[in-house]
Design a protein around this ligand. Sequence first.
Ligand SMILES: Nc1ncnc2c1ncn2[C@@H]1O[C@H](COP(=O)(O)OP(=O)(O)OP(=O)(O)O)[C@@H](O)[C@H]1O
Length: 366
Amino acid sequence: MIATRLSLRDFRTYSSAEVRLGPGLTVITGRNGAGKTNLLEGIYFACTARSCRTSNEREVVRFGAELTRTELVCEDALGRHEVTVGFKPGETKRLRADGAVVENLVGTGARPLVSVFLPDRLELVLGAPALRRAHLDQVIAALWPGRSGTRRAYSAALAQRNALLASIRAGRASRASLPAWDAELARHGVALMADRAATVDNLRPRYAHHAQGLGLEGKVELRYKPRSEATSADELAAELAERLESDLERGFTGHGPHRDDLGFRREGRELRSYGSRGQQRLGLLALLLAEREELAAAHGAAPLLLLDDVMSELDATRRGRLVDLLRRDGQAVITTTELDHVPGGEEEDVTRIEIVDGRIETPTHA
Ligand SMILES: Nc1ncnc2c1ncn2[C@@H]1O[C@H](COP(=O)(O)OP(=O)(O)OP(=O)(O)O)[C@@H](O)[C@H]1O
């Protein structure tokens, strides 16, 4: 599935804009503040009806406008598809896929999956484990939509157990009902751990391959770091029971997959603590590329990759390697202040979009 044409109406800086995307690599250039990220966000919003930049979605509506509208035309072996999103803050979004009103755009088959890299996504490597867990669980949901319920079921059981711990502490409940909740939590917990382990196992060789291809030197490893070593629900329930006194002291459950982490290692050390900024960026890119490949294998089509300002902090060799990779397969859109930062960006197979004075000046066909 390829996204071919995007129309934006009152989206961020754009009162009205139309761009054509290439089937391979599209490069968006413009000076700082020109509206490059706005355009990338527009593509994401048109595909998902969500912003990749903010949870306060009213920000995407152009200053002074009441509502925004995006339209995305895509093509696959079955022909032409069209998805539209209408958004007026405070009201339910109006979504259409191939003319039919839909509640969400996931699973409509009318738009590509999207994977996005914004500079603040480096937090995935640098930030708290919760970010990495949430990301891993999103990958699981994208790979196996049927399994996304496991995480929700685990979170619900955890909230119940924590509420019960608080009641026991306050003397309002007895310990008698805890084993039943521990069993429930452990059942969903081992299922969640199994999904996470299987996903990281699948990603690991792809990650190492891409990290090496991008020039992240040395032995690199993507590691699932489960908090528990249990291999069955009974074992996890036993671990929970062992820690009951400290849980009661703290007032919450301190053990289980809600404390898991994902490690990005290079030469046996965490990139988060010992990697340079460029190496951390390469690690994250390798992960996104590995996920894209895994999703392509699972769904038969690679997600559309959106990369914002990814070239800064990469040296010329690594920029070249990244661009080679992006030109080889799948559809990708990248932003940069200078076309010179994209080696090969002048080539015929690369589509170029230039933003000058807030206007999209040179939408070119691939
Ligand atoms: N809802 C909105 N309506 C109008 N303008 C907006 C809106 N939201 C943001 N902007 C403007 O968009 C501009 C920033 O655009 P954008 O982030 O796309 O720049 P950029 O080209 O990616 O820049 P850089 O290279 O510095 O990252 C700012 O001038 C900001 O004021």
